[in-house]
Design a protein around this ligand. Structure first.
Ligand SMILES: Nc1ncnc2c1ncn2[C@@H]1O[C@H](COP(=O)(O)OP(=O)(O)O)[C@@H](O)[C@H]1O
Ligand SMILES: [Mg+2]
Length: 276
């Protein structure tokens, strides 16, 4: 063993290799709802640990469907979707629950229970873990400690006892992120997480998600429809147009001109919408 290690001193360690293996690997993905047209048509996507990837595209381009295909909520017509060790197109019984437990999700409308406390909302993120509750159905104190730590991390610990609905939108979204972290997720999917937030809060929430990706080594896929936010807050950008990937590159190599294919001819589409 020792000699092998010496001989391969320059070879990557297992940890380094694991860093480079994509956690998510999508190849040739096609999705159609019922008898309808393909809403994703031949999409390839890799997501690596530690990177924040912005998913750009106009409304209806397939952003939510691509995210849903990573948690088994979209009908896969063809192609391969791998998340962690799982093949989403051919899951065995019980595996879907494991996949969903390992993916933290953040939504445009926060999806908190408004009348419940901030702390309780975060604690529900750990409910997939059978050990989260004690014998009388209360949350274990270790879970409470962890939830408070996560609230502290997202800067909302002082609001732990307040009903979630009393918080601002930006604060509620940070609570939703803490709830997602409570799952100890291997992947975070954030579907238009800042579409309901003002620019300052949008910046805070995207900075937080980017920090989590980098510090925790979790891939974060975040859909946005505002191009400047994607350019400012991602390591890589993938762009969907009518269900096809038209851009996929490191953010540092992209600018507004390079992203034009994502929005090409949208004015014409808008006209059609106006008439309809
Ligand atoms: N459950 C569904 N049933 C039928 N069509 C759907 C469903 N969800 C989405 N679609 C259609 O799929 C296309 C892509 O939608 P979506 O993935 O929501 O796009 P985006 O998130 O980019 O706005 C749209 O044409 C939409 O109408
Ligand atoms: Mg959507």
């Amino acid at each position: 063993m020792t000699t092998t290690q010496q001989a391969d001193a320059s070879a990557p360690t297992t940890a380094e290799l694991r860093q480079r293996l994509p956690l998510v690997s999508v190849r040739g993905l096609k999705v159609a709802y019922g008898e309808g047209p393909l809403v994703l048509d031949g999409v390839d996507l890799d997501l690596f640990p530690g990177e924040m990837v912005a998913l750009l595209g106009s409304s209806g381009s397939g952003k939510s469907t691509l995210m849903k295909s990573l948690t088994g909520f979209a009908p896969i017509a063809d192609g391969a979707v791998r998340v962690g060790g799982y093949d989403l197109a051919n899951l065995r019984r019980g595996q879907l629950r494991d996949v969903r437990a390992s993916v933290g999700q953040v939504f445009q409308q926060f999806n908190l229970v408004g009348r419940l406390s901030v702390l309780t909302n975060v604690l529900t993120g750990g409910l997939h873990d059978a050990g989260a509750l004690n014998l009388v159905g209360g949350f274990r104190s270790a879970q409470r400690r962890r939830a408070l730590e996560l609230l502290d991390r997202v800067g909302i610990a002082h609001k732990a006892a307040e009903p979630a609905r009393s918080l601002s939108g930006g604060q509620q979204q940070r609570v939703a992120i803490a709830r997602a972290l409570m799952q100890s997720p291997k992947l975070i999917l954030a579907d238009e997480p800042v579409a309901s937030l003002d620019p300052r809060m949008s910046h805070q929430v995207l900075t937080l998600l980017h920090d989590i990706a980098r510090d925790d080594g979790i891939p974060v896929l975040v859909s946005l429809h505002v191009m400047p936010l994607a350019l400012e807050h991602s390591d890589r950008i993938v762009g969907l147009r009518h269900g096809e990937l038209v851009v996929s590159a490191p953010t540092a190599q992209l600018d507004a001109t390079a992203l034009e294919p994502v929005y090409a001819h949208d004015e014409e589409d808008d006209d059609v919408d106006d008439i309809a």
